[in-house]
Design a protein around this ligand. Sequence first.
Ligand code: ATP
Ligand code: MG
Ligand code: MG
Ligand code: MG
Length: 580
Amino acid sequence: MITRMSTLFLRTLREDPADAEVPSHQLLVRAGYIRRAAPGIYSWLPLGYTVLRNVERIVREEMDAMGAQEVHFPALLPREPYEATGRWTEYGDNLFRLKDRKGGDYLLGPTHEEMFTLLVKDIVSSYKGLPLSIYQIQTKYRDEARPRAGILRGREFVMKDSYSFDIDDAGLEASYLAHRAAYIRIFDRLGLKYVIVSAMSGAMGGSASEEFLADSEVGEDTYVRSAGGYAANVEAVRTPPAAEVDSSGTPAAHVEDTPDTPTIDTLVAVANRLHPRAGAAWTAADTLKNVIVTLRHPDGTREPLAIGLPGDREVDMKRLEAAISPAEVDAFTEDDFRKVPALVKGYIGPGVLGETKATGIRYLLDPRVARGSAWVTGADAPGKHVFDLVHGRDFEADGVLDVAEIREGDPAPDGSGPLSLARGIEMGHIFQLGRKYADALGLQVLDQNGKLVTVTMGSYGVGVSRAVAAVAENSHDDKGLIWPRAVAPYQVHLVIAGKGEQITGAAEDLATALGIAGISVLLDDRNVSPGIKFADAELLGMPTIVVVGRGVADGVIEVRDRATGEKSEVALAEAAHTVA
Ligand code: ATP
Ligand code: MG
Ligand code: MG
Ligand code: MG
């Protein structure tokens, strides 16, 4: 295919957009791949849309190859199934809810476990229909607290989500491993450097959930790794008490502790019940819907242990504590609370670990506190999960994070050496759900003995639009994007660098020959200076740049490798053959 720059629907920008902080966002906007429509919501222009479809194609090919079948659900979904599983409420502010003209409740799907479970219930009635893996590539909606970095964290984004259905645990394990293998192939083909980390470990020891994190400083996930190969998301280095883990290895929901709409009073009650301390009491201030839980000491002094701002900013406790004395916090007025965002603005980090001086209670405040989760661990009650302000779906089972275990240099739990901290972008997440959704929605089938059994499920997601940004993040330089061949919008960027029939004719012929050879070509036939064309070619990032210019008189053209910068002269007569 040949596309002419003179007609391409494209406008490149000289300057980075003001709201873009990370390279992939800056470059994708500057190079005319995407445009912002609203916060966290982006339009795809021709080049960007081509990359997106290339990523989709890779994902689709690997899902098909592992035997999953593609389906497609609506994005606009009824409330009832989500009510049945509790997620209509649990999802909290992240869920886009809306009403139809008759007042009926709907939502824009953030993920589709409920719908898949119900469809399978509708269609499969016996073990003979299993195992089954079905998937879709769908637009998802999450009203993210902090949409950021362009399409890296959107409020509308494209996800591949698949779901496996099996009759027993061994079947689930096999489906899980098949997905895991497919994900390895997908991320390898995308050319990403990534690690597979445990997203949940704990008492059962198994790998009930793993994440694929692309190596990147701009990633929002912090993980620990050891030279010996241990790797776990920090949120996974948890030690759930055995009693809280059900047979599928999933820590049971803290139903009692996390009422659907926790009020401050409930939270304080929960904190006091779960974390009783002699002579001290949990108190809370609730103003402007902000939440502060403080520990009141016998001598009357108070320490803030966790702060959640439903306005959803991350809080740097150290900065906050430096700015406000802990004793003052409890007495905050509405006005004081209005000042809090100013103190926390600009904080981007994996979380803040701290230890209260008097009690030795350690606390963790991580970005998810923005969504309202917090854990506190203490010497007298090691690893106690104190409260959840809101559930997040996110497959992040309630658990307990012992922050003491995730300090740089600590030994890895499996003895494979000291831990170091690193950051990554969550590209994919595979999860053995077990029977939670099947139970809630009554998905049962007849087994070989004619007995009704509950189906066990897995769910597996790939961030398809996020992958476009992650690849760009992984592969660019100060001049622009550098696409790997597998996803590049065009294989060759052919620059006509000069005027005159000889040069133009040679370039057109070469483009035609490449097109015939199945090579996609972006032909820069614009009437602008070669300098502008070269700069655009580097910005747009096709893997091979071919320059047809004055050399044509001597029968040569130039071939540049965008990634390495290597240039070579190639005989015009050989050009189509060499480039193809
Ligand atoms: P994150 O921790 O980044 O918020 P998540 O754990 O909430 O992601 P999952 O529910 O596991 O996401 O969804 C599966 C995949 O969808 C993720 O691994 C990620 O690649 C992608 N994804 C999730 N949220 C977004 C988003 N807001 N924008 C783009 N991709 C996303
Ligand atoms: Mg996550
Ligand atoms: Mg999320
Ligand atoms: Mg996830």
